[in-house]
Write a protein that binds this ligand. Structure first.
Ligand SMILES: Nc1ncnc2c1ncn2[C@@H]1O[C@H](COP(=O)(O)OP(=O)(O)O)[C@@H](O)[C@H]1O
Ligand SMILES: O=c1ccn([C@@H]2O[C@H](COP(=O)(O)OP(=O)(O)O)[C@@H](O)[C@H]2O)c(=O)[nH]1
Ligand SMILES: [Mg+2]
Length: 240
């Protein structure tokens, strides 16, 4: 099913530069060359072709169970994902960590990412989706938490188009702004800008998945252990 669905997507003609995912969330002028997109699709095709024969040798030819974990900066996504990963056996892929890893690699792409993160803005989808896709490939996990992504509607559309699937569930940590500010105070100079970006660009993603019945909204105030009790109830009721 996973492979068949992906095959259908790969057979589609390459997207034109006017497709929604080719424009950035904030209409940034930073883009990859249009040729990067078909290259990414080719790599994806190779990944799933190579997995086609892996049913008997430990690889996952099945679509993994995917949980997007959303919430504002400081809402506790990373803290709760660590607990979910350890208690429920999920691979934890943090979009922010993947981007910081790319910065640390010293690549040219890393310089662009650093510049955008310093401004509290959103990195172009082509970059982030490719990092997530590669990390999913490398983890070969059948249950994946994607922490802090998608940040905007354009991220969401790019993921669904390039990876070829929707998340199974979306966890949304609902945290009052003053609590998020308190948690991040002194640590993050871009907090105000990041909160604005969250409200204007990330909340529409939560609304979209709410309309599809996929969102589990969790009150993200209280201690990390109290919040995890609510998280645990959700994950315990899931059939992976
Ligand atoms: N329930 C909580 N109460 C108080 N502080 C918290 C709570 N959860 C996380 N924190 C702290 O808040 C900061 C941000 O948490 P983090 O998990 O990194 O959030 P996010 O990934 O959403 O930005 C960290 O310093 C973390 O230790
Ligand atoms: O999919 C993503 C995830 C993160 N970021 C950038 O990376 C920063 C830090 O993200 P992270 O998820 O680490 O922050 P958190 O929300 O956990 O505080 C964000 O402000 C964005 O600038 C991004 O552009 N796209
Ligand atoms: Mg985080």
């Amino acid at each position: 099913m996973w492979r068949r669905r992906l095959g259908a997507i790969l057979l589609r003609s390459p997207p034109s530069s006017s497709s929604p995912a080719a424009s950035s969330c904030q209409r940034s002028r930073h883009h990859l060359l249009p040729t990067e997109e078909p290259l990414a699709l080719n790599r994806l095709a190779r990944l799933f072709t190579s997995q086609a024969g892996s049913d008997g040798d430990g690889g996952h030819s099945q679509k993994p169970f995917i949980a997007f974990v959303l919430g504002g900066p400081g809402s506790g996504k990373g803290t709760q994902c660590t607990k979910i990963a350890s208690d429920f056996g999920f691979a934890h892929l943090s979009a922010g960590d993947l981007l910081r890893h790319e910065i640390a690699s010293g690549s040219e792409k890393g310089e662009l990412i650093l510049d955008i993160i310093k401004q509290g803005r959103i990195v172009p989808s082509e970059i982030t989706v490719e990092l997530i896709r590669k990390a999913m490939e490398m983890s070969n996990a059948n249950k994946v938490l994607i922490d802090g992504f998608p940040r905007c509607e354009e991220n969401r559309v790019a993921f669904e188009r390039i990876v070829g699937t929707e998340p199974d569930i979306v966890i949304f940590f609902d945290c009052p702004e003053d609590e998020m500010v308190k948690r991040l105070l002194g640590r993050n100079q871009t907090i105000k800008k990041r909160l604005k970006v969250f409200e204007s660009l990330n909340i529409p993603v939560v609304d979209y998945y709410s309309s599809r019945g996929k969102v589990h909204k969790i009150n993200a105030t209280g201690t990390a252990d109290e919040i995890f009790e609510a998280v645990r109830r959700i994950f315990s009721s899931l059939r992976f």
